[in-house]
Design a protein around this ligand. Structure first.
Ligand code: PGA
Length: 244
């Protein structure tokens, strides 16, 4: 039985004072979660702050990217073992904003997922189609290609990841995929995972998830929770999503 997981993606938002309020509220608000797993992926400089605020609570934390290399002359990069030292459980890998604005290829995403696993972190591997791809009926082909590159790179370790289906047209737009649209892609991913003996992998939905739509999305058979951007910056909204 796959449990439900809700991961917050703060993106490039926050500041010490506002983070402190948000993290304090999460640290005190988790009791109402009835077994749901939650995690917040914060900008690198705030990992220590998240660790200090959330240690000893069931709320996990993590980062939004990791280097495809283990160490060395890669200026500006952050390696998996560094994230592990800050107690990270999750790291988002292959977010569409990284693919779109930082040129991350499927192969780079797979290499990052492998480095995360090597460091003992759980990569949250994002896949999803653009609006143009959906409108040209290539959703299944795009998502399958993104998935296949990661699956063949990770092989037996595929069972240790979390997947996130994030249709690019739904991210930060207020335009959520309908529960049925999400389920269609999630069930395709579920079948692909099963073919790789990784049927226990959680598949999260991301893209304009809010407390108002989370219940209907999470009720779908193959939706195991959410990857939440904007709404994760509001503690009450985020906790309400986690509770949905
Ligand atoms: P959003 O972002 O919830 O603000 O749409 C989701 C994401 O990018 O992970």
């Amino acid at each position: 039985m796959r449990g439900k997981l809700v991961v917050g993606n703060w993106k490039m938002n926050g500041g010490l004072a506002s983070n402190a309020r948000l993290l304090d509220r999460l640290a005190s608000g988790w009791q109402a979660l009835s077994g749901r797993e939650i995690s917040v992926c914060v900008p690198f400089p705030y990992l220590g702050q998240a660790q200090a605020a959330l240690s000893g609570t069931p709320v996990a934390w993590g980062a939004q990217d990791v280097s495809a290399h283990a160490a060395g002359a890669y200026t500006g990069e952050v390696a998996g073992p560094m994230l592990a030292e800050y107690g990270c459980r999750h790291v988002i890998v292959g977010h569409s904003e990284r693919r779109q604005f930082h040129g991350e290829t499927d192969a780079a995403v797979a290499a990052k997922a492998a480095q995360a696993l090597k460091a003992g972190l759980t990569p949250v591997v994002c896949v999803g189609e653009t609006l143009a791809e959906r409108e040209s009926a290539s959703t299944a082909a795009v998502v399958a290609r993104q998935f296949d590159v990661v699956a063949s790179a990770l092989r037996n370790d595929l069972s240790r990841v979390v997947l996130a289906y994030e249709p690019v047209w739904a991210i930060g737009t207020g335009r959520t995929a309908s529960p049925e649209q999400a389920q269609e892609v999630h069930s395709m991913l579920r079948r692909a995972l099963e073919r790789h003996d990784a049927g226990g992998v959680q598949v999260l939905y991301g893209g304009s998830v809010k407390a108002a739509n989370a219940g209907a999305l999470f009720a779908m058979a193959d939706v195991d929770g959410g990857l939440v951007g904007g709404a994760s910056l509001d503690a009450e909204e985020f906790l309400a999503i986690a509770h949905a």
